[in-house]
Design a protein around this ligand. Structure first.
Ligand code: 13P
Length: 340
């Protein structure tokens, strides 16, 4: 493990004003996204859409890295240039999703366990050869009055740390993603309680499995009231609750925390990040690794029509610029209406 190189890559991914685009939707998930705009999901349409994003002019000013899916890291643009080279040429670091999805956890109704450790050492070596310098593994936890169970928290923490250790051995920065799903009617206090438990367990396992905290990034949920809550927490409450949980649980050696958007509206995902950064100085960089909150507007503008590629790019770059501002604590809602 070359910790100096891992640390340099991790820090580059959270450089000032920059964050990550999660474009690693599995074939099933991208089909769902394309269904919303009436576009058939084929190898070519998926390639065209990813090329639209990756060739957006100046993408490297606001996006530090892109998380790719297995199919995409092997694909070439219409002119034959590998998509990884398109990204590198634009100053963007290629990454790769390596988990194989959250599957039902035996004996634990309503809970999941993420699979993909078998053969991971060999897959990481191949991905490194294809240009990946960082990776992602997502575990999910549901909140109810009684869930998540200790069992679910423990097995997912163990797998996240096994994945992280293998990534670091391969010279790949692991993004460790424990996502406490914010569906339901729970209070923000309950979300804070569960997120704290999950993060404590994850960092205990990372230590037990000898992972170097300087060479990884954390990709957590924000601490929110449930999406179905009758009393949604304010932007300020979310920012305070989330930062408070991290101060209790995330060691200062971790270079950055890159949030998932998790189904929040585009504007709220940006406003929450901005509010947290306005509370700074923090020991870690607080940035974004958004999928939906960076892509929804672009998909709607594109709609699969080649004539709309520029409109799709503008919509994507606009959201990227707003999140870049939020990463610096410089966002305000009025910026939503300015051109990118
Ligand atoms: P969302 O921002 O759409 O939650 O996706 C981020 C991600 O990579 C989830 O694994």
């Amino acid at each position: 493990m070359d910790i100096v190189e891992l640390n340099a890559t991790a820090r580059a991914l959270v450089a000032p004003g920059k964050g990550i685009l999660a474009a690693d939707e599995s074939s099933g998930t991208i089909k769902k996204r394309f269904d919303t705009i009436g576009v058939e999901s084929t190898e070519t349409s998926r390639r065209d859409y990813r090329e639209l994003l990756f060739r957006a002019g100046g993408i490297g000013n606001t996006i530090s890295g892109v998380i790719l899916y297995d199919e995409t890291i092997r694909q070439s643009a219409a002119d034959g240039t590998p998509l990884t080279k398109v990204l590198e040429g634009n100053g963007v670091i290629p990454g790769i999703k390596v988990d194989l999805g959250a599957k039902d956890l035996p004996g634990a109704p309503g809970e999941t366990m993420t699979e993909g450790l078998d053969g991971l050492r060999e897959r990481l070596a191949e991905y490194k050869g294809l240009g990946a310098r960082f990776a992602k593994w997502r575990a999910t936890y549901s909140i109810t009055d009684t869930l998540p169970s200790r069992y679910c928290i423990d097995v997912n923490a163990h797998a996240l740390a096994r994945y992280a250790a293998l990534c670091q051995e391969a010279g790949i920065v692991p993004i460790v993603e424990p996502e406490v799903l914010q569906d339901g009617t729970h209070t923000i206090e309950r979300s804070a309680e569960v997120t704290t438990e999950v993060l404590r367990s994850v960092f205990a396992e990372l230590a037990a499995q000898r992972c170097a905290l300087e060479g990884l990034l954390l990709k957590p949920n924000m601490v929110l009231s449930g999406y179905g809550s009758a009393y949604p927490a304010s932007i300020d409450e979310v920012a305070h609750a989330t930062v408070t949980v991290f101060r209790e649980t995330v060691p200062a050696a971790v270079p950055g925390i890159v949030f998932l958007s998790g189904g929040q509206s585009d504007e709220l995902a940006t406003a929450h990040l901005d509010a947290m950064n306005k509370l700074g100085q923090h020991p870690w960089k607080l940035s974004f690794s958004y999928g939906r909150a960076l892509q929804t507007a672009a998909l709607q503008a594109w709609k699969g029509d080649p004539a709309n590629v520029d409109a799709g790019r503008s919509a994507f770059l606009h959201r990227a610029a707003l999140n870049s501002a939020a990463q610096l604590g410089n966002y305000s809602p009025e910026l939503e209406h300015t051109a990118s």
